[in-house]
Design a protein around this ligand. Structure first.
Ligand code: MLT
Length: 313
């Protein structure tokens, strides 16, 4: 019967390669995290997980495509604090609701936000950066990965706090915008730590602060925003996997188990930690926890983006 076939296919899953949509350019934080984790998942599942970078509209184009894919476990995606939370407040006509149109599969990594600038940006610390940006915003530009992306949202929030309106420069991901920052073609950006650690260590860009309560072991010399004099700026992101709504529970469970197994692998952990990401533990790894977290993140970021989009008083 048709029903019998369905049950058998869930049991045999995966019997062919799985496409994992990454909503940003190769080489950026979402791509890097996805590749580290899916490399291990491919071994667990006995099939290749093939990363497909689908760029556009701050990751919302790819998320719409993933929502519309067949709910059979052969097309899944990595979404993040932008695509699956902030975009709700930033796109009045968003073609998906991250809270109801996906089956959460599992959290991959927390990604603290850093305030970064090109190497020759004329400020030696965060206090000077704040003063300089406030005074010179009209002639500065701010790179980001499209409206709704993490870099867009977190710098929208930073610029709102500073009362600054630099020229926004969109890229297909912060992989390419990091290249532009290193080349000195753009002035500053807010980015997830995994993208920035190699550049900061290489001395090719400036890092003014990390927007979390604690310093990060991957960048022990970078002060927190609180230490550096801007305690009101706190921002952190995350990357997680999602399947289209209606994907059978046994497939969701298999994918979650493969994610969890990857996050327990010594080599995967080493690579994620070296890049400064936070590895979820315990009950934070379940699909249910991710579903609840997405709702909380939409509730958290919607008022922030709305307030930041309003004209300055
Ligand atoms: C990326 O992978 O390029 C980032 O996650 C983009 C962003 O949201 O800033």
């Amino acid at each position: 019967s048709v029903l019998g076939l369905g049950a058998a296919s869930a049991q045999d899953y995966p019997s062919r390669p799985v496409t994992v949509i990454v909503p940003f350019a190769a080489g950026g934080p979402t791509d890097v995290i996805t590749r580290i984790v899916t490399e291990h998942m491919s071994r667990t599942l006995g099939q290749q997980l093939i990363v497909e970078n689908v760029v556009g509209a701050g990751g919302t184009t790819a998320s719409t495509r993933a929502k519309r894919a067949a709910p059979d476990g052969y097309t899944i995606m990595t979404g993040h604090m932008g695509t699956h939370a902030a975009s709700v407040g930033l796109y009045p006509n968003l073609q998906y609701d991250p809270r109801t149109d996906f089956e959460p599969l599992g959290m991959l990594a927390g990604t603290p936000i850093l305030i970064l600038a090109k190497k020759d940006f004329p400020a030696k610390d965060l206090k000077e950066f704040v003063t300089y940006v406030k005074a010179n915003a009209a002639k500065l530009n701010n790179a980001h990965a499209g409206v709704g992306s993490v870099s867009f949202t977190t710098c929208l929030y930073l610029n709102h706090i500073l009362g600054a309106k630099p020229a926004p420069i969109p890229f297909g991901g912060t992989g390419p915008s990091m290249n532009a920052l290193v080349a000195g073609q753009v002035d500053y950006m807010c980015d997830q730590i995994v993208n920035a650690v190699p550049q900061i260590k290489g001395g090719t860009i400036k890092a003014y602060a990390i927007a979390t309560a604690e310093r990060n072991p991957a960048l022990p010399d970078v002060p927190t925003t609180k230490e550096a004099g801007l305690p009101e700026y706190v921002a952190s992101a995350w990357n997680a996997m999602f399947a289209p709504k209606g994907t059978p529970k046994p497939i969701v469970d298999k994918l979650n188990a493969a994610i969890v197994k990857a996050l327990d692998d010594e080599n995967v952990r080493k690579r994620l930690l070296e890049l400064g990401s936070d590895i979820p533990q315990g009950k934070d790894r379940t699909p249910e926890a991710l579903g609840a977290f997405v709702k909380a993140e939409v509730d958290k970021w919607t008022p922030i983006t709305k307030a930041a989009a309003e004209p300055q008083k």
